[in-house]
Design a protein around this ligand. Structure first.
Ligand code: FMN
Length: 197
């Protein structure tokens, strides 16, 4: 068993989509956000904006908009995302693409910046690992802009004061994993992906 704490966390982190409704403690959330702020960024520009929403009504409405504006290729008997923590591609009855997570963090980056997506992804990974190490579950949600794809979404962007020069790259969901759920097991790693010369 690995005894390096960072490597242990990397191996333990899994996408969590079933959450307890309670909010994480402020100190825990602060540490996770700090891990995001200390992520690498292209050119050291620190362009990523982290919009943290703990408002259940806003999160539900944006999650529903996102679900309605997504068309994932649905799971089949042999191809699925997760049996233990079903995604919107696994279960057509899930109407909230944010799965009722108590914290939804939208990561925004400048529209005309070549490394916008990468900057958000590395910040998200830092936060996902921090979350796991603090006992919280997390899930990366791609194509963040689809949550704002109607007038209500646009109203929220205005309410949050997001400059039109920025776009929502992704969302990071956070919350305590649902009590009684087993921690998901990782899939086997596909072989042959490391080429060494
Ligand atoms: C770029 C990216 C986009 C993702 N988008 C979604 C998403 O929209 N909805 C979702 O439920 N999970 C999403 N995920 C989570 C993946 O489904 C999950 O990481 C994958 O199934 C592997 O499971 P694991 O994270 O537990 O190892 C995304 C992950 C990445 C890296």
């Amino acid at each position: 068993m690995e005894d390096n704490a960072v490597l242990k966390t990397i191996m333990h982190r899994r996408a969590i989509r079933r959450f307890e409704p309670r909010q994480p403690e402020e100190e825990v959330l602060r540490k996770i956000l700090e891990a995001g702020l200390y992520a690498p960024s292209a050119g050291g520009r620190q362009g990523v904006i982290f919009a943290v929403s703990q408002n259940a009504e806003v999160n539900l409405r944006l999650g529903r908009i996102k679900r309605a504006s997504s068309s994932p290729s649905m799971a089949t008997a042999t191809r699925y995302v997760s049996r233990e923590q079903p995604s919107i591609a696994d279960d057509p009855n899930i109407r909230d693409a944010f799965y009722g997570a108590p914290v939804v963090i939208t990561l925004f980056a400048p529209r005309n910046f070549l490394f916008a997506a990468e900057d958000c992804a590395v910040a998200a990974e830092n936060m996902m690992l921090a979350a796991d190490s603090l006992g919280l579950g997390s899930c990366y949600i791609g194509q963040g802009w689809t949550a704002f794809a109607d007038p209500y979404g646009q109203e929220i962007l205005t309410r949050w004061g997001i400059s039109p020069g920025y776009y929502a790259v992704m969302q990071l969901l956070l919350g305590y994993p649902r009590a009684g759920d087993a921690h998901p097991a990782p899939r086997e790693r596909r072989a042959g992906r490391v080429l060494r010369f």
